[in-house]
Design a protein around this ligand. Structure first.
Ligand code: SF4
Length: 259
């Protein structure tokens, strides 16, 4: 590995633990375009009032619902978003990575975004990190087919950079719809970015790993991303402690006693 690559890997490790605070000044967000509505705001509001008054119910919630939000199954959701162009990542992706696993899973695993191999294959967590994830699951008695695996972003950010807030804003609703359809009992976030974006809590991974959170009635925990464990095997022990706790939490949720 050349020196530049080593420095980048070391910085990524620091970022995994401490978050973006050390890197904040290096981040650039492209300027947001300003969209102007053709209709004056007043007119839009009065049309909304008219719909509510004339029907007796607020039909505007349906009216302003995005098409994908109407999906009733994961297949329908996939059909509605597989050619999504809501953010610029659609221009650089090879394949959209929707998610994979049991559509009725009690457990969901959520990462931040597809990497190079995932982008090529259209599957989440493949390659070395994916194999390690399968092994971690096996160690706590979950088969990979039993759980559902997805990411905050469905398309790969160039050079595996962190997702931009604008990309998360556009793509996270897809994940929330998946969660809504699958209705898991527990979610394990893989890596700081996934946990921060899912929970909306800007904390370090060390802090995030300490707590069990709740999102829409679903228990949520966080641990290291398998790719980070490959870069820094010293974190494997911490990950092992986290996933044992996660298994215990899951068992308590399904009423299984630990022996
Ligand atoms: S990352 Fe999400 S919002 Fe952006 S193009 Fe892909 S599916 Fe659409």
């Amino acid at each position: 590995m050349n020196a530049k690559k080593l420095i980048i890997e070391a910085l990524k490790d620091q970022q995994e633990i401490f978050g973006d605070d050390l890197f904040e000044q290096l981040k650039f967000e492209p300027e947001k375009p300003v969209y102007k509505s053709d209709e004056p705001e007043e007119k839009i509001i009065s049309e909304k009032n008219f719909l509510v008054k004339s029907t007796g119910e607020d039909m505007t919630s349906n009216l302003f619902q995005e098409d994908f939000e109407k999906a009733e199954t994961l297949e329908e959701l996939y059909d509605k978003i597989h050619d999504c162009t809501k953010c610029p990542l659609s221009e650089t992706r090879t394949k959209l990575v929707f998610g994979a696993g049991n559509p009725n899973a009690d457990v969901m695993l959520i990462g931040e975004a597809p990497g190079a191999e995932e982008d090529k294959q259209g599957e989440p967590f493949v390659g070395r990190a994916g194999k390690l994830l399968t092994d971690i699951l096996k160690a706590i008695d979950f088969a990979r087919e039993e759980v559902y695996i997805a990411n905050i972003l469905k398309c790969r950010p160039p050079n595996n950079r962190d997702p931009l807030p604008s990309e998360v804003e556009k793509c996270k609703p897809h994940l929330m719809k998946q969660i809504d359809l699958i209705k898991p009992k527990a979610i394990l976030c893989l890596g700081r970015v996934a946990a921060v974006e899912l929970l909306g809590k800007k904390l370090t991974l060390t802090k995030l790993r300490e707590e069990v959170y709740e999102l829409n009635g679903i228990k949520v925990m966080a641990t290291y991303h398998p790719a980070a464990l490959l870069r820094n095997p010293n974190w494997k022990r911490g990950c092992w402690e986290d996933v044992k706790k996660f298994r215990k939490l899951y068992d308590s949720l399904i009423g299984k006693k630990n022996v």
